[in-house]
Design a protein. Structure first.
Length: 427
């Protein structure tokens, strides 16, 4: 999607957007997405559906920085778990629902590993005019996310298959029944997700960091981020974009393989689709399925692959993988620093740590890691990491390569005895 910026009432400087913080009575100014309406001008005010999403602030993370290998003032966390449904998806869903109203949609549908279904369900419930259906894979959704979809009242179909199966079916259903598709194939979703980058820039005094590090699942975020920076550069509102590092889970590493092993590039829009198709055919022949505890990024066939390749080219970006062990250890360190996140979010911090150790990220670089979802999205895994003995942890999650809880904060069992309780407190 390209805008005719000559028809947009753009500010002369990005700093001008800060003034909208003061107008709390205006629903658009109250939203951390629509506060930047001039940069996503596809929807008129009367079509916009907002619940105050995007009121997230870039957090300086000096307590987490040493774990990553950075000094004070070098690491920042963009904590999107503070959104109304607890994940970054609300940034895109407000945009998609607004467009759905603009075109007169009667129903909405999505496939989901969890966060998309929660966000679709939230906006459907708040709006009340566009009922939604969500498809989730059997056993492939964390209860914290499923609970939201059920509680918000949408129709939930649990399909016998993984996310890729659900995504294929949901595209077919959308075509057959003319239902509005809410997945990130929808370009308007990505327009809303661009605003995450605007808020990072705002948090850094409108100066771009050296790196944006983001988990890679369906690749909507990385695609949106690249577009955001390309547009800002073309408009003369920033001098240079940061480099984007997309982090796959090692068990769901399609992008990593395509970029680093197959050497497939955006190539100014001439993506080698035949080689990508051949890659997927080999993947099917080998029965290679995505497998990671970071369920939000457990995706074999990312629908925004080409757009992500474009973002990588535009920002001189890179792709890296991290193991589930590295994800869980990083998640514990992020939590200890006060920013509890779901496992997929911690892939960004694990990736930054790995890239810093390899010297790709410099000691003096400013790094912004995107934390995509709230800690309570997947509480069972968090409790298991901190409370189970290493042997029990291996027994439960050994198939995912988890061997030990290196940074566990284990609960201490004490008898109902005042002296013993005091001793435990003072130990």
């Amino acid at each position: 999607m390209r805008y005719d910026w000559s028809k947009a009432a753009l500010p002369r400087h990005l700093k001008d957007f800060e003034a909208k913080w003061a107008d709390q009575a205006d629903p658009l100014a109250f939203s951390g997405v629509w506060r930047f309406h001039e940069l996503i001008p596809f929807a008129a005010r009367e079509h916009i559906i907002t619940v105050g999403e995007g009121r997230t602030i870039l957090q300086r993370a000096d307590r987490v920085a040493p774990f990553v290998g950075l000094g004070a003032g070098r690491l920042f966390l963009q904590y999107e778990g503070l959104n109304p449904s607890g994940s970054f998806k609300d940034n895109g869903m407000t945009a998609a629902y607004s467009h759905a109203h603009r075109v007169g949609a009667k129903r909405a549908i999505c496939a989901s590993t969890g966060n998309t279904s929660a966000s679709v369900a939230l906006y459907s419930a708040v709006d009340g005019r566009i009922p939604a259906v969500v498809l989730v894979g059997s056993g492939k959704i964390a209860y914290g996310k499923l609970a939201q979809a059920l509680d918000y009242g949408v129709r939930v179909l649990q399909v016998e298959g993984d996310f890729d199966v659900c995504m294929q079916r949901v595209k077919e259903v959308a075509r057959e029944l003319q239902i509005y598709l809410m997945n990130s194939l929808n370009p308007f979703r990505l327009e809303g997700q661009k605003t995450i980058m605007y808020r990072i820039l705002e948090g850094l005094g409108w100066e771009a960091p050296d790196w944006i590090v983001v988990p890679g699942g369906n690749l909507g975020n990385s695609s949106a981020f690249g577009k955001a920076f390309k547009e800002l550069q073309e408009l003369g509102l920033i001098k240079r974009p940061p480099r984007i590092a997309v982090i796959n889970a090692a068990g769901a590493d399609t992008l990593y393989r395509i970029v680093n092993q197959e050497k497939i590039r955006w190539n100014e829009g001439r993506v080698d689709e035949a080689r990508i198709a051949a890659f997927y055919e080999r993947m099917e022949a080998e029965n290679r399925r995505a497998k990671t505890l970071a369920s939000a990024i457990e995706i074999n066939r990312p629908v925004n692959l080409a757009k992500c390749l474009r973002a990588i080219e535009w920002t001189d970006g890179i792709v890296e993988t991290v193991t589930d062990q590295e994800i869980l250890d990083s998640k514990a360190q992020v939590g200890a620093g006060g920013f509890g996140c779901e496992p997929a979010s911690a892939a960004s911090v694990a990736g930054a740590r790995k890239l810093r150790a390899a010297g790709v990220i410099g000691a003096g670089d400013r790094v912004a890691c995107v934390l995509t979802g709230h800690a309570l999205k997947d509480p069972n895994l968090t409790v298991a990491y901190h409370s189970l003995a290493d042997e029990a942890l291996r027994e439960r999650y050994g198939d995912y390569g988890v061997r030990a809880a290196k940074h566990a904060n284990r609960p201490i069992v004490v008898p109902d005895d005042l002296k013993k309780i005091i001793e435990a407190i003072q130990a």
